[in-house]
Design a protein around this ligand. Structure first.
Ligand SMILES: Cc1cc2nc3c(=O)[nH]c(=O)nc-3n(C[C@H](O)[C@H](O)[C@H](O)COP(=O)(O)O)c2cc1C
Length: 184
């Protein structure tokens, strides 16, 4: 497969299984994230790894958010929220951590953080790993921020669920690029 064909075959893999990432795989993904386009090379992001029991603490925080902030939430939904973080052996969180800068607005820095997350899921796919970028309201909650140890100016950009693909990789949907193109 040519590099461009490999890139175009990228899909999210919601079902992943053990084993989690090796140290080598993790470092490759972080290096890929750090190669994202980034105005001024500010690196306005950082990464947090959650494995083993740390995923349980994240799940508890997501369920506490549901319990505290939403009315009429069922016990089943709370239990499901607890288990959500256990859907992958490795969770890699991409955190937006904006830098003070006169020339580069925060909006551009947020884009850079998103690009880093996209580079990571893309690299994971190219390495034969399963990866899925998830967020949801709970990811932006105070409960989750506390578990992750975020500072006030920081926010979650991505919770990337990583592992070995548990099912065959699907083919991405066909898209006609011309539908998205304006020629001037
Ligand atoms: C900022 C962001 C947040 C996302 N959050 C979720 C999420 O919480 N749950 C989900 O199922 N997909 C989420 N997605 C989308 C998936 O990661 C995925 O891109 C989508 O299901 C389309 O599949 P594909 O990547 O194979 O085209 C998110 C994507 C982005 C960019």
């Amino acid at each position: 497969m040519t590099p461009i064909d490999a890139l175009l075959s990228r899909v999210s893999m919601p079902k992943v299984t053990e084993p989690g990432l090796t140290e080598l795989e993790l470092m490759s993904l972080l290096k890929a994230g750090l190669r994202a386009c980034d105005h001024g090379r500010l690196r306005p992001y950082r990464f947090i790894l959650l494995e083993g029991e740390a995923r349980g603490r994240l799940g508890d925080a997501m369920s506490e958010y549901l319990h505290g902030d939403l009315v009429d939430v069922s016990e089943a939904a709370i239990e499901a929220a607890k288990n959500k973080a256990l859907r992958a052996p490795t969770l890699l969180s991409v955190i937006f951590s904006p830098k003070d800068n006169d020339k580069i607005p925060e909006s551009e820095q947020l884009v850079s953080a998103g690009c880093a997350a996209q580079m990571i899921v893309t690299a994971a796919h190219l390495m034969g790993l399963g990866a899925m970028w998830r967020t949801g309201n709970a990811a932006y909650s105070g409960e989750v921020s506390t578990v992750l140890g975020l500072e006030d100016h920081e926010q979650v950009v991505a919770m990337i669920y990583l592992g070995r693909p548990a099912v065959a990789m699907p083919s991405p949907p066909e898209q006609d690029p011309n539908e998205f193109l304006t020629r001037l």
